[in-house]
Design a protein around this ligand. Structure first.
Ligand code: NDP
Length: 254
């Protein structure tokens, strides 16, 4: 969807967090394919981030690499300043994708571990909303998309902190949707079920993956492309906001 601002067509650019690999990488490469300039946020693997930049540049768009730990408010602010300096004010799409988990029952877990999970998956998203929400608001258009999880609805035994953080994402989605809606900005949460990325495959292991698959009504293994399709549905539809869109093979029905 083309956006016209003050009589001129806006340049298109997108910021995605945690996009060195996995779902974030797939979303970013697809945005580049659609002609968006993109900011690639590297965290622990600069080389992977540089590879994503090169892949995006093959579509003829501007792609730049920037370090940011989303747990740190000052770094999120610096990422916004970097985006404004290098891409200008016309941010159209922000995808909060960065996420991680540390397995363990809450009652047994080191508090430092559950703090890391919540600080990354929820507080990081709040920092991003605080910094990038006003940029979209000023543009009076755009999309703020958060990658949550079905774990936000159905917490999994041994992964409580992650469920807490992803449940918080649903509250953030609804609250931010109300703050930005009057300015033409939609805010939505895509909540994947199991998606086969390197991280999730290593985290779950074959037995758990087989168990998850049995909870689905569809005989499919989730792939990144299904999340890309969900993002593109949101980008095509200006009448959807404040929602949690579950993409999970029918393993959990709302
Ligand atoms: P990956 O681990 O492949 O990708 C997560 C990305 O987030 C990585 O690039 C990682 O960087 C980055 N990241 C982690 N911590 C930070 C941080 N503090 N600051 C900035 N970036 C950070 O995971 P997935 O692609 O599988 O997951 C992507 C999103 O989808 C996450 O939010 C996850 O919770 C969600 N999700 C995934 C599911 C799945 O089955 N795959 C299911 C449900 C939800 P680095 O590689 O350097 O650590």
């Amino acid at each position: 969807m083309e956006i016209v601002k003050g009589g001129r067509e806006m340049s298109k650019y997108a910021v995605v967090t945690g996009n060195e690999r996995g779902i974030g990488k797939a979303l970013t490469v697809d945005l580049a394919r659609q002609g968006y300039d993109v900011l690639v946020n590297w965290f622990e693997n600069e080389q992977d981030g540089a590879d994503v930049v090169r892949e995006c540049q093959q579509y003829g768009v501007k792609a730049l690499l920037h370090y940011c730990d989303v747990r740190e408010f000052d770094q999120v602010r610096k990422m916004k300043e970097f985006a404004l300096e290098n891409f200008g004010p016309d941010l159209q799409v922000f995808v909060n994708n960065a996420g991680m988990s540390i397995a363990g029952k809450l009652i047994e877990q080191d508090p430092a571990d559950y703090m890391t999970v919540v600080n990354t998956d929820l507080i990081g998203a709040m920092h991003c909303a605080h910094e990038f929400g006003p940029v979209l608001k000023d543009n009076k258009a755009g999309w703020f998309i958060i990658i949550g999880s079905c774990s936000g609805i159905r917490s999994t035994l041994g992964n409580c902190a992650y469920g807490v953080a992803k449940a918080g994402i649903m509250g953030l989605t609804r609250g931010l949707a109300q703050e930005l809606g009057p300015y033409g900005v939609t805010v939505n949460n895509i909540a994947p079920g199991y998606i086969n990325t390197a991280r999730s495959a290593a985290f779950c292991g074959p037995e758990m993956i087989a168990g998850i698959k049995k909870t689905q009504v569809l005989d499919l293994i989730g792939i990144e492309e299904y999340i890309v399709t969900a993002m593109n549905y949101l980008l095509a539809n200006p009448f959807v906001s404040g929602q949690t869109l579950m993409v999970n093979g029918g393993s959990l029905m709302f």
